[in-house]
Structures are given as structure tokens and as C-alpha cells.
Design a protein around this ligand. Structure first.
Ligand SMILES: NC(=O)c1ccc[n+]([C@@H]2O[C@H](COP(=O)([O-])OP(=O)(O)OC[C@H]3O[C@@H](n4cnc5c(N)ncnc54)[C@H](OP(=O)(O)O)[C@@H]3O)[C@@H](O)[C@H]2O)c1
Length: 280
């Protein structure tokens, strides 16, 4: 279905995937993953903090695809960070999934232990527990500090990006560093359903609001991982390759940017934006 991008370690990654924050372990996750596989999704964005690895693994293992025909993303939670935590954390996740390796393993949030986590991530890659590594929610400064201190570049940088929080500053940095930028919460968690600008564009192209928003991210060159638990929406979100937004339509959506996050992380940050404390 969707095209792939070549990461800076020469491994290919599909640019469209299914987000898995939200579906409950069990039927909800099984249905969503089966529908996504059927619709042609080949990337799955999971995390230990999403508490549905068991069913995700079950659905992937039950599919007719070989392990190298889909791309699995995982994330280490804050409490497991540091030099010694990652190996145990990734093994725990893989055991829940019933799989041998992740294609991409991310630091979920930056903490003061992330430098040590990142050093430990090299070993996870060497051991074959993950093929690629990356970070999520790192500011440009935090990302640059990480690379400077360790001389090791992430393959992927996952950030909250959607029309209400467009982050045009990030793409040039990612391009310069040779790191793939992946947009999470690309649908702004439904906040744009009633937006008139998106609505008018959707009407003129006979598309849904979500297809317009996802196409906007696609044309910006981002990887994206929309989430839905409903098969019809999962299919709809993957039908964004047979139409194009004009330059004017792209600009009109760019103008919706308010720098507004749709997330409410359940923790406190220190003055440099590192997570201080977190709830499980
Ligand atoms: N690294 C991080 O810290 C981080 C943080 C947040 C998210 N993420 C990842 O990014 C993924 C996506 O982000 P998200 O879950 O926050 O939000 P999102 O994908 O922006 O939006 C999901 C919401 O939109 C609805 N929706 C999906 N498709 C729709 C459609 N076609 N029409 C109408 N409504 C639709 C879903 O409802 P239904 O499910 O009911 O359809 C859900 O309420 C997550 O699942 C997760 O994998 C990562």
C-alpha cells in the first residue's frame, strides 16, 4: 500500500502505520490490527505503556505475513530508563508480543536517564532485539544534545504533529540530521472534525476530514500513525494516495497552526523539558 522510506541505517520503513494508543487489550486490539492488516497497513506503533502488546502480537502472529513483511515499533516507558533497565524492558515487551524483535524501539519521553538509556539501546540493536532505534517527544535541543553526547543518531524522531500543532521548525532539522520525522496524533485526536477550512476542502475533493488532514501530513513528507479502533475508519485513513491537495489548500491548512498540543501527559517536566516524575 503506502510507500516506504529508507532510514539512515539503510532499512526500509512504511510511511503509514496504525497507532495503538487506546485500543484495549483483547477484542478491541485484535479487531483493529486485523482490519489494518487487511487494509494494507504494514507498520504498527505500540508501546509498553499502551498495555495491549499481548493482543497486538497475537494478531500479527495469526496473520499470513512473514515477520519481515511488517514493521513493529515499540517504546520504553520512563520507569525503565537508565543503563540497566532497557534490556529487561524490551525482553518483557517481546515476550508479551510473542515476537523475536522490534523493527524500531523508541525512548517514549526524554528523562534525565535518557543518555544512559540511549547507550543501552546500542546493545539492544547489537543483540538483534531491535533493528532500529529512535526517540519520541525530544525537543530539537534535547535531540542534538543526545547526538552530541553519544555520537549516535536516531533513525526516527516521533513528535506530535497535526494542523493545530504543525511544527514547521522540525522538518528542516530532521532533514539536516538525516532522521525520519514521524507524526503522532496526526488527526489531532478529532479536534478538527468541525473545522470549516478542512470541511470546505473535504467537500470540494469529496473526501473526509481525516483524509484531508492525513494527506496534508503526507504531502509534507512525514511518516504518520493515525489511530482508530473502527475497521471502516482504519480503511478510510489509508485511502489518501489517490488525490492531492493543491498548494493553496496546503497553505490554508498550514494557517490553522496554533502551536496547540492535544496531549495531557500525566507528569511534570523540569526546566529543560525532561520528565521529572510519572504515573504508570
Ligand atoms: N510517542 C508518544 O508519546 C505518542 C503520543 C500520542 C500518540 N502516539 C501514537 O500516535 C498514535 C495516534 O495518535 P492518537 O491516538 O493520539 O490520535 P489521532 O490518531 O490523532 O486520533 C485518534 C482519534 O481520532 C478518531 N478517528 C480516527 N480515524 C477517524 C476517522 N476516519 N474519522 C473520524 N474519527 C477518527 C479515533 O476514534 P476511533 O478510535 O473511535 O475511531 C480517535 O478518537 C497513537 O495511537 C500512538 O500510537 C504516540
Amino acid at each position: 500500500m503506502a510507500e516506504q522510506v529508507l532510514l539512515n541505517n539503510r532499512r526500509a520503513m512504511p510511511r503509514l502505520g496504525l497507532g495503538l494508543w487506546g485500543p484495549r487489550d483483547g477484542r478491541e486490539t485484535l479487531v483493529a490490527v486485523e482490519a489494518a492488516l487487511e487494509a494494507g497497513y504494514r507498520l504498527f506503533d505500540s508501546a509498553s505503556a499502551y498495555h495491549n502488546e499481548k493482543s497486538l502480537g497475537q494478531a500479527l502472529r495469526a496473520s499470513s505475513l512473514k515477520r519481515n513483511e511488517y514493521f513493529l515499533v515499540g517504546k520504553i516507558w520512563n520507569d525503565d530508563q537508565g543503563f540497566h533497565g532497557p534490556k529487561e524492558a524490551i525482553k518483557r515487551s517481546l515476550e508479551a508480543l510473542g515476537l523475536e524483535y522490534f523493527d524500531l524501539y523508541l525512548i517514549h519521553w526524554p528523562t534525565r536517564a535518557s543518555l544512559d538509556t540511549w547507550r543501552a539501546f546500542q546493545e539492544l540493536r547489537d543483540l538483534g532485539l531491535t533493528r532500529s532505534i529512535g526517540v519520541a517527544n525530544f525537543s530539537p535541543e534535547q535531540l542534538k544534545d543526545l547526538i552530541e553526547a553519544t555520537k549516535v543518531k536516531p533513525q526516527v524522531w516521533q513528535m506530535e504533529i497535526h494542523p493545530l500543532r504543525a511544527r514547521p521548525d522540525l522538518s528542516p532539522i530532521a532533514t539536516e540530521l538525516g532522521i525520519e520525522l514521524m507524526a503522532y496524533s496526526p488527526l489531532a485526536r478529532g479536534r478538527l472534525k468541525k473545522n470549516q477550512i478542512i470541511g470546505r476542502i473535504a467537500q470540494s475533493l469529496e473526501r473526509s476530514f481525516s483524509q484531508i488532514i492525513l494527506r496534508w501530513a503526507w504531502q509534507r513528507g512525514l511518516s504518520l500513525i493515525p489511530k482508530s479502533i473502527r475497521p471502516e475508519r482504519i480503511q478510510e485513513n489509508a485511502r489518501i494516495f489517490d488525490f492531492e491537495l493543491s498548494k493553496e489548500q496546503m497553505l490554508a491548512i498550514n494557517r490553522l497552526d496554533q502551536g496547540q498540543s492535544v496531549l495531557k501527559p500525566p507528569f511534570v517536566f523540569d526546566e529543560a523539558g525532561y520528565v521529572l516524575s510519572s504515573l504508570k
